[in-house]
Design a protein. Structure first.
Length: 141
């Protein structure tokens, strides 16, 4: 989910593209600040969700990464997406994967996630809003 700036865009847009790409390809970079880390967690998790579904994403990563993703969505003010991650985390911890109702749960949580994040642009817009609020939460480019 890397972004590329159009040649005619101003410096501010180039900065946000650099931050986004650093988060997407380098986990926020070597001098990552809170904003970089939250954005990287969301981009990575969103990619996993889009390729295999939310339950699959939660199963694939360490619990710490799931917690970081949840915190990242909340930091971006995407609370509905974070709430769905919490729901899946609790369901998995409660043994839902051993239940015959796994298909129903998977359909429900994937639908709720898509309801919260209907397109990649929702994440882009949330990131840009946070950048505009306080660019110092991201490492300089």
């Amino acid at each position: 989910m890397a972004r590329r700036a159009a040649p005619c865009q101003d410096r501010r847009m180039n900065v946000t593209d650099e931050i986004w790409n650093r988060a997407a390809m380098h986990d926020g970079g070597p001098d990552a600040r809170d904003g970089d880390l939250h954005l990287a967690a969301v981009i990575g998790t969103h990619g996993l969700i889009m390729s295999g579904g939310l339950i699959d994403a939660v199963q694939r990563v360490a619990p710490e990464q799931v917690a970081n993703a949840e915190a990242g969505y909340r930091w971006l003010r995407l609370h509905a997406a974070a709430d769905v991650i919490v729901m899946v985390r609790h369901a998995v911890a409660g043994g839902a994967l051993d239940d015959d109702a796994i298909d129903t749960l998977e359909e429900r949580v994937d639908g709720e996630y898509v309801g919260a994040i209907p397109s990649d642009q929702v994440i882009v817009d949330a990131f840009e809003a946070r950048f505009n609020d306080d660019p110092s939460t991201f490492a300089p480019t």
